[in-house]
Design a binder for this molecule. Structure first.
Ligand code: BMA
Length: 337
């Protein structure tokens, strides 16, 4: 019988076991690296009375089940962050009212717009980062230990910045974050992934480029980090979104890269091809069509299984599954020289 250590070495995933995670085996005829949950989308339009849609959200194991922070677009289409819980990671109950944050500075606490949360457990705390509106998009930060009381911290950066994604452990003793500084509006063409460090989550610095938009079409307009990076024996697996333009819109796909464990601004491998592009009706049509936007992941250290949560068409929540071995092999085989 295989013991846990053997399984860890084989799967290359450094994570706790999550035996009850959502999972479906790869369909026999599937040639893709990731495959969709059979009853996607798992969260449909109008999941509760005051909500229009729920997407771009993140989840973690909690107790016997799962808990998550969800982007809920209200009936007026304004986004905010809501708590959700689930026994199986697929059927979610999302709270009607947004999360209320306790903030030392009332100016920061007046959240009017909040979206695209990420959730990261570092030591004994769960940290939420999100796109916060403070004179423009910037990175909001908060922590909780019980998912009842939420303590808001300083915004990490000046506007304009989106997609703040904390690493799930300190690097060289410092908190570490990937983010995507950006221009204001479509006129300023800027959207690449940077790495930053902080001793205390208040003061951020040592900003380093990780990688810029790619020369291939699928990611030539902008890129941004997706779920929290996944620790493996090969390095940090970063799932990210890459955006291209067509004659009438953008197309958001999911790509992957492997970053150095000790110095994550160093890219070891970056895959030339996306792992997933919008193909299903619920991805190509909706509030914003042709969008797959990964923001959450559950990783099972015992088997190397991944369940990746993504927003579809800015309207629905979906899950795709993958095996860590297969993703890593695919990224290496198809990496830029
Ligand atoms: C990005 C963000 C995301 C959204 C995506 C596609 O810029 O606004 O929240 O999912 O565009 O519209």
């Amino acid at each position: 019988m295989e013991n846990k250590n053997t399984a860890l070495a084989k799967t290359a995933l450094i994570a706790e076991a999550v035996p009850n995670m959502p999972w479906e085996p790869k369909p026999e005829n599937c040639k893709e690296i990731v495959w969709r949950h059979s009853t996607n989308p798992i969260i449909n339009l109008h999941p509760m009375p005051k909500a229009r849609s729920v997407f771009n959200s993140c989840v973690v194991p909690w107790g016997d089940g799962f808990i998550g922070v969800f982007r809920v677009d209200s009936l007026s289409m304004d986004p905010n962050l809501h708590l959700g819980s689930s026994p199986d990671g697929i059927n979610w109950t999302i709270e009607e009212e947004p999360i209320s944050f306790i903030s030392a500075d009332p100016a920061l606490g007046q959240i009017t717009v909040a979206y695209d949360p990420r959730l990261s457990k570092i030591e004994d705390k769960y940290y939420i980062t999100w796109c916060n509106a403070y004179y423009g998009a910037t990175i909001g930060q908060a922590w909780t230990t019980d998912f009842k009381t939420f303590h808001q911290l300083e915004n990490a950066f000046l506007p304009y910045n989106r997609n703040g994604v904390l690493f799930p452990k300190k690097i060289g003793g410092k908190f570490a974050m990937l983010s995507r500084p950006m221009g204001l509006g479509m006129a300023v063409n800027y959207g690449d992934i940077f790495y930053s460090e902080s001793p205390d989550l208040t003061y951020w610095g040592k900003h380093r480029i990780v990688f810029t938009r790619g020369p291939l079409k699928w990611e030539r307009v902008k890129i941004g980090p997706g779920p929290i990076p996944i620790e493996t024996t090969e390095g940090w697996l970063l799932l990210y979104h890459g955006v291209t333009d067509t004659c009438d819109s953008f197309v958001y796909s999911m790509g992957a890269a492997i970053l150095d464990i000790a110095e994550p601004s160093k890219v070891l491998y970056r895959c030339k091809f996306p792992l997933m592009t919008p193909e299903k009706d619920y991805e190509t049509a909706g509030y914003v069509g042709n969008v797959v936007f990964p923001t959450g992941v559950i990783a099972d250290g015992a088997t190397g299984r991944l369940a990746i949560y993504y927003g579809a068409a800015d309207t629905y929540t979906g899950i795709v599954y993958a095996n860590i071995d297969e993703i890593i092999a695919y990224v290496k085989e198809n990496a830029w020289e």
